[in-house]
Design a protein around this ligand. Structure first.
Ligand SMILES: N[C@@H](CCC(=O)N[C@@H](CS)C(=O)NCC(=O)O)C(=O)O
Length: 206
C-alpha cells in the first residue's frame, strides 16, 4: 500500500498527479504545514528535513518530490521513456526544476507573501529569476509538445506542480503562448484534475 503525507502545496500535488496518472491506489495523509505539523516529532521521523511530500511505499519511506516521481516511474514503467536521449532530457528538466524553478518560485512567494518584513531586493531577485526561467520554458515549448520532448513525462508533472500555482510568487503566463498551450494541455488531463481535486480536499489552495 502507498501512503502520501502531503498538503495542498505545489510540491505535494506532483506526487498525487503521478499516482493518478499511473493508476496506483494510495492513502492521503494530511500534514497541515500552516499549523507546523511538518515539524512534529512523528513527521520528522519520516523526513528529518521537515517538508512535504513524503511517500511510503510498502514501508519504504522517500522524501523529495523529484525523487518520488522517479521512484514511481521506475516502479510502474510509466512516464519515464527508456530511450537514452529522452530519458536524459527528462532528468535534465527534473534537475532544472528542483534546482532552479522550484526554489525561485518558492522564494519569490515567500518574500512576496510571508516575509516578516519587506525585502524588496530579495523579492525582485527571485521574481525576476522565475520570469527568466518561464521564458526558457516558453522558448523550449515553441518546438516541442512537452518539456522533455514529444511525450508527457514526470518532468511535465514536476513543472506543473509549481506553474499550476503561478500566482503565489506573483508571476503569470501572460505573453508566454507556448507555455500557456502546454499548461492548458496538462491541466485538461483527467488524472491531473483528479489529483488537484483530491489534494484540495485537505484544505482549499491558498
Ligand atoms: N525539495 C523539496 C521541497 C519540499 C517543500 O519545500 N515543501 C514545502 C511545501 S511545498 C514545505 O513542506 N514547506 C514547509 C516548511 O518548509 O516548513 C521537494 O521537492 O519535495
Amino acid at each position: 500500500m502507498i501512503e502520501v503525507h502531503a498538503f495542498a502545496t505545489p510540491n505535494s500535488v506532483k506526487v498525487l498527479i503521478a499516482l493518478e496518472e499511473m493508476r496506483l491506489p494510495y492513502e492521503l495523509k494530511p500534514v497541515n504545514v500552516r499549523k507546523g505539523e511538518q515539524k512534529s516529532e512523528a513527521f520528522l521521523a519520516l523526513n528529518p528535513n521537515g517538508k512535504v511530500p513524503v511517500l511510503i511505499d510498502d514501508g519504504f519511506v522517500l522524501a523529495e518530490s523529484a525523487a518520488i516521481l522517479v521512484h514511481l516511474a521506475e516502479k510502474t514503467g510509466k512516464l519515464l521513456p527508456k530511450d537514452g536521449i529522452t530519458h536524459a532530457r527528462v532528468f535534465e528538466q527534473l534537475f532544472f526544476h528542483a534546482s532552479g524553478l522550484s526554489p525561485a518560485f518558492g522564494n519569490a512567494g515567500f518574500f512576496k507573501r510571508s516575509s516578516p518584513e519587506p525585502q524588496p531586493i530579495a523579492e525582485s531577485r527571485f521574481k525576476t529569476e522565475g520570469e527568466r526561467l518561464l521564458g526558457l520554458l516558453d522558448t523550449k515549448l515553441a518546438s516541442q509538445s512537452f518539456v522533455a520532448g514529444e511525450e508527457f513525462t514526470i518532468a511535465d508533472i514536476a513543472h506543473f506542480g509549481w506553474i499550476g500555482r503561478i500566482a503565489f510568487p506573483g508571476l503569470t503566463l501572460d505573453g508566454r503562448p507556448n507555455l500557456s498551450r502546454w499548461f492548458e494541455t496538462v491541466a485538461a488531463r483527467p488524472a491531473v484534475q483528479q489529483a488537484i481535486a483530491r489534494v484540495e480536499t485537505i484544505v482549499p489552495a491558498a
